[in-house]
Design a binder for this molecule. Structure first.
Ligand code: ATR
Length: 287
């Protein structure tokens, strides 16, 4: 019997990652023989850690790929020999596939945005086409999702951030794609984002800093969808805010499972059914 192909999630910290559970479920469901673990990388040793994992050693076969989480997504971007268009726009990589030199070298992808869009459209049942979308934050989380959001062809996307210049930079990088998709895209301060949004997506780290949601509830239309990219206790403040203002709240657990499915597809060419895995995860961690 051949050994299962090896994968892992690489991060620091990484012990709380749900990815091993999710990928084990995907593997069971699809009959794919993979072994997916956690790999803690020293903060100053990401490239060496990943290269050693990819190469294998006397006890371990060479690995086939990895997911990359905080704080290494930018270094993973640099490490990839080739990247998907959405990774280029995000300037960050959460999925590496260790293709051989003959195949073109390591392939880097960013599946976060596709995961978010799929969760919103398929799981939450909200078609983004023609909608007005407010994206809060202009850090790594927001950069990871803006390209795929534009591809879903909403009417308008406003990126609002505490630091104006970061929102402006992010928007500038996406101007061509927005024009191609027919989306009105603009950057604003948190106070100047306007009103009338059907969907709000929280990509800020405000809740981690103990701060409240940095825009008033009046930005939302009644019954709007309010999605936090975080889950668990980190999402509670945003979800409460959403409920207080008549919005439908949704945490980032669905996005987590969907982005994992996109990675699984990039590695294995097989698309798992995410629904039962999300249900299992909710049972395990609540929310
Ligand atoms: P990540 O990779 O998780 O996105 P990040 O790149 O540090 O982390 O970005 C964090 C985002 O949360 C930024 O948009 C940040 O705003 P600034 O660009 O002004 O720093 C935003 N953020 C963090 N704390 C915030 C707060 N208390 N209020 C509003 N925005 C906040």
């Amino acid at each position: 019997m051949t050994a299962p192909d090896r994968y892992a999630v690489v991060g620091n910290p990484v012990e709380h990652s749900r990815s091993p559970f999710i990928h084990a479920e995907f593997a069971r469901q699809t009959g794919q023989a993979i072994d997916y673990g956690r790999l803690l990388s020293p903060l100053d040793g990401f490239a060496a850690t990943v290269r050693a994992f990819a190469a294998g050693d006397a006890q371990h076969a060479a690995a086939r790929g990895c997911n990359v989480t905080v704080p290494f997504k930018f270094e993973a971007f640099e490490l990839a020999a080739r990247r998907s268009a959405r990774a280029e726009l995000a300037q960050a990589v959460n999925t590496l596939r260790f293709d051989s030199e003959a195949e073109g070298g390591w392939f880097g992808d960013n599946t976060d945005g596709a995961g978010l869009v799929r969760d919103i459209t398929e799981r939450a049942g909200v078609d983004l086409a023609g909608r007005r979308v407010l994206l809060l934050g202009a850090g790594g989380a927001s950069a990871g999702v803006l390209g795929p959001l534009l591809l879903a062809r909403p009417k308008r996307v406003v990126v609002a951030n505490r630091t104006d210049s970061k929102a402006a930079d992010l928007v500038e990088r996406h101007f061509n794609l927005a024009a191609e998709c027919g989306v009105a895209l603009r950057a604003t301060s948190l106070t100047g984002c306007g009103t009338g949004f059907d969907v709000i997506i929280n990509g800020t780290a405000a809740s981690l800093a103990g701060a409240s949601v940095p825009v008033p509830g009046s930005v939302l239309v009644p019954g709007a969808l309010a999605v936090d990219m975080m889950y668990g206790p980190a999402a509670h403040g945003f979800l409460q805010w959403a409920a207080d203002h008549g919005a439908r709240g949704r945490d980032g657990l669905g996005m987590l499972v969907e982005q994992a499915a996109e990675s699984f597809f990039a590695w294995r060419g097989v698309r798992p059914d995410t629904r039962p895995v999300l249900a299992l995860l909710r049972e395990r961690i609540g929310g």
